[in-house]
Design a protein around this ligand. Sequence first.
Ligand SMILES: Nc1ncnc2c1ncn2[C@@H]1O[C@H](COP(=O)(O)OP(=O)(O)OP(=O)(O)O)[C@@H](O)[C@H]1O
Ligand SMILES: [Mg+2]
Length: 280
Amino acid sequence: MTATEERVFVKPPSEVAKQRRGEIEDASRLPVKVKIRSLNFYYGGQQALFNNSIDIPAFRVTAIIGPSGCGKSTHIRVYNRIFEIYRSHRAEGIVEIDGKNVLSPVTDLLKLRKKVGMIFQRPTPFPMSIYDNIAYGIKLHYRASRGEIADRVEDALKRGALWGEVKDKLSEPATALSGGQQQRLCIARAIAVEPELILMDEPCSAIDPVATSKIEDLIETLRDSYTVVLVPHNMQQAARVSDFTAFFYKGHIVEFGPTKKIFTNPDNKQTEDYITGRFG
Ligand SMILES: Nc1ncnc2c1ncn2[C@@H]1O[C@H](COP(=O)(O)OP(=O)(O)OP(=O)(O)O)[C@@H](O)[C@H]1O
Ligand SMILES: [Mg+2]
């Protein structure tokens, strides 16, 4: 396929997103990016996840909701094995990304973390310039000339919806940016190494409403190129930005389905009680 044909074939994100918004899709008919079966997780002797099984659809935003302490962060931290920095933390079960079990001892962690990017609750810029924050991962994963790196940095900052605000001060420290800008920088940094899956754990909880709405718009544009798994800041955010929602309770996945259905007509009584604010 030539580049021109490809461009005709791939619709611009906003068009695709617009068409899909409001539709209720059947997750079982979509390609699966992450297939999880019987996932159990332990903090030392304390079990935090019980028998989690879920299929995360590719090129969609899936929200993970549930009361504090129900295991949302624990669950998504398994996807890129970031939990392993602590020796006593242990995951058992199957977590297949594109058909490969990432929990296998032969998984190449550098490659896994390139493929599965992560955005945390608080922005985590490196203590270096805006430019170097983005260039760092590119240099780590690719052999690229200075010119190619510069192009990729610009592209990532554009896709991170930050370019316009920083293009004239790329050599300034990233820590001088506002919290919301830092969070978009972290998203751009993740995008720069061309991940396929982006995990976001309450990415808006430390920033103001205007910055939050910019990040939400950004998530909207991401869903057509990446698979996003998001722990939203609150239920309204899940309703606004996600296609699918999983409701977690005490380490169990109680219900998973199209966000619209989960929020208007859930199958499970516990889900309904949570959605309607009877507990939480
Ligand atoms: N480092 C840790 N060591 C021991 N137990 C932990 C650790 N981190 C989390 N837990 C426990 O695991 C369970 C799930 O925690 P987790 O942080 O995944 O919940 P969460 O749904 O993300 O909560 P929140 O909405 O408050 O972020 C909780 O009971 C918590 O106390
Ligand atoms: Mg959490």
